[in-house]
Write a protein that binds this ligand. Structure first.
Ligand code: S3P
Length: 183
């Protein structure tokens, strides 16, 4: 199965689900935003302000390429805009199984209304902005996804159970077919 990859809009719960899933599946978790901030030694807001969105998007592609070279299965939490590039969607598929945490505009707004760390949502009408971006992005998220997980009004534990049980089942099947090839 390779890596377990979480995609979805800002505020869809990728970071929280990633952390909880890492306990459940006993795998390390990696966050593309944090990797980029660490490499660049500055925050996402600083990167957007100084070099713009296109520069940041290039860093996301570089980050995926680097992850492809690394071994060991992990949970990868991908920045909300990362799956928008077709090239990135291909890289995600090569990296593992992609779960789209699908959240509606209301859920996202409630979670992010006081957030100041997402440069794309700053401004007078964050709710309108969320709706516009979500409409524009949903097709790309669906194209990138192997599995869609609806997260509105759902406890995190239930989300972890849903994703975790799919992963456990796949791991089990892989073990069985590994054993078969030994005979
Ligand atoms: C972005 C999402 C953010 C971060 C950046 C741009 C986006 O990540 O990569 O602010 O375009 O949706 P999160 O989804 O982790 O908030």
């Amino acid at each position: 199965m390779g890596n377990v990859i979480l995609i979805g809009f800002m505020g869809s719960g990728k970071t929280t689900v990633g952390l909880k899933l890492s306990y459940y599946l006993r795998r390390p978790v990696i966050d593309t935003d944090k990797e980029i901030e660490r490499e660049e030694k500055r925050t996402i807001s600083e990167i957007f302000a100084a070099d713009g969105e296109a520069y940041f998007r290039d860093k996301e592609t570089e980050c995926l390429r680097k992850l492809l070279k690394e071994t060991g299965d992990r949970i990868i939490s991908a920045g909300g805009g990362l799956p928008l590039r077709e090239q990135n969607r291909e890289l995600l598929h090569r990296l593992g199984k992609v779960f789209y945490l699908r959240a509606g505009a209301e859920t996202i707004y409630e979670r992010l209304k006081y957030d100041t760390t997402r440069p794309l949502l700053q401004g007078d009408d964050p709710k309108g902005r969320i709706r516009t971006l979500l409409d524009a992005r949903d097709a790309a998220y669906r194209a990138a996804a192997d599995v869609i997980v609806d997260v509105d009004n759902k406890e995190f534990d239930r989300i972890i159970d849903e994703i975790g049980s799919i992963c456990r089942m796949e791991e089990k099947h892989e073990n069985i077919s590994d054993q078969r090839t030994e005979y």
